[in-house]
Design a protein around this ligand. Structure first.
Ligand SMILES: Nc1ncnc2c1ncn2[C@@H]1O[C@H](COP(=O)(O)OP(=O)(O)OP(=O)(O)O)[C@@H](O)[C@H]1O
Length: 368
């Protein structure tokens, strides 16, 4: 009986099952990356699969082995599947790097790009970016976040992940957390190490984040801009001309006046404005339902009117939002029912598509 079962395992089928498993860091099937090395079928329905790892200390090696084992176990006739992992040999790594650089796989489509900006620091721009990204990813979209706040990066903290991206032949894979593809200078420096790069280096870093990162196919890319209208913001507008501005402000009149500068800059750069998100709006008491406008009122409306756009939503001051950020899990995932999470999820689902006409122009971003 067992011999019959063994004979009935089709090695090609087992290989196809292993090849269909997604490489956890690259997000594409193992087969597309040429990572299924050897598949051997043994008596008694035993199948052994050798899978190459993109890097020696792969952060999700165990999960990958388990996913392959589970996929192969489902193939008809398989009684026992085992998986051996081995680092991709140097030569194959170089070839794969060349392939990724050349744009295969996968072919790019133009993502919707939002540049999340604020006039000043501390208004919650990064928190809004992280939560919109996580909510979009949870809704099934392929989402990337580029942390362009090169000095004051907060994406690693907000997503609870801090490690170097995998690099293959000069091409970097974004770091994945909570379903979102991330790139941040924070992945390249230790926490207590200040980033001391200056203008040209910053421009270069951003250029690399766009050109040397294999983002894969994205539906949405969110750029977390540094506060204000400095060098980095201007560099990015040059590098990603199709981004639409998402302006974040608090309800305070003073914050709105500063945020208006960002809107003016966007207008000068002929960048479309997707809308305004008012953050730290009135806190609602969980017990009595009373709302307290700690930071005043009207900032979002006034800014939207000035920018000729609309307020996409008002995210209340909310303790769970702050706690989730400190814990490294976006609040839309950690506590989806709290007022801030409900509003952020709603904003993510209704983000307008604001595109400047691209007629025949290709995006520098979707090179691969
Ligand atoms: N709606 C909110 N309710 C409670 N806390 C909030 C809210 N929005 C942001 N915060 C908290 O405010 C602090 C600043 O937020 P965040 O870092 O996102 O701001 P930022 O505008 O990106 O700042 P910077 O530009 O300086 O990086 C964080 O501790 C965050 O958890």
């Amino acid at each position: 009986m067992s011999m019959l079962a063994a004979r009935s395992v089709d090695a090609g089928e087992a290989r196809a099952a292993a090849g269909a498993v997604l490489e956890p860091e690259a997000g594409v099937p193992l087969a597309d990356l040429g990572l299924v090395d050897d598949v051997s079928v043994h008596p008694g329905g035993r199948v052994r699969v050798r899978v190459h790892l993109l890097t020696r200390d792969h952060p999700s090696a165990d999960a990958l082995a388990e996913a392959v084992r589970a996929a192969v176990s489902k193939v008809s006739g398989v009684r026992r599947a085992s998986v051996d992992l081995a680092p991709l040999p140097e030569r194959a790594r170089a070839e794969l790097g060349d392939r990724l650089r050349a744009g295969s796989p996968p072919a790019g489509r133009t993502p919707r790009i939002y540049a999340v900006a604020s006039g000043k620091g501390g208004v919650g721009k990064s928190t809004i970016t992280a939560n919109l990204a996580a909510a979009l990813a949870a809704a099934g979209q392929r989402v990337g976040v580029l942390d362009a706040d090169v000095w004051g990066y907060s994406v690693p903290q907000l997503f609870g992940v801090r490690r170097s991206p995998i690099a293959i032949g000069g091409v970097m894979l974004p770091v994945r957390a909570h379903g979102v593809r991330l790139m941040s200078t924070g992945f390249f420096v230790s926490e207590d190490q200040p980033v001391v790069w200056r203008g040209p280096m910053l421009h270069k870093a951003l250029e690399q984040f766009l050109a040397d990162v294999c983002w894969g196919e994205l539906d949405v890319l969110l750029l977390d801009l540094p506060p204000g209208t400095g060098d980095i913001t201007l560099s990015l507008l040059e590098l990603v001309p199709d981004a639409a501005l998402l302006a974040v402000t608090t309800p305070q009149a003073a914050a709105r006046a500063v945020a208006a500068r960002v809107v003016r800059m966007a207008r000068d750069a002929r960048m479309p404005v997707a809308g305004v998100v008012e953050n730290m709006s009135a806190a609602v008491c969980a017990h009595c339902g009373d709302s307290t406008p700690l930071f005043g009122e009207g900032g979002g409306d006034a800014l939207a009117e000035q920018a000729g756009t609309e307020v996409l939503g008002r995210v209340p001051l909310d303790l769970p939002l702050r706690e989730a950020g400190d814990e490294g899990v976006p609040v839309v995932l950690r506590s989806p029912g709290v007022p801030s999470a409900v509003e952020l999820t709603r904003i993510a689902a209704t983000l307008p598509v604001a595109r400047r006409s691209l007629l025949g122009r290709s995006l520098p971003l979707m090179v691969r």
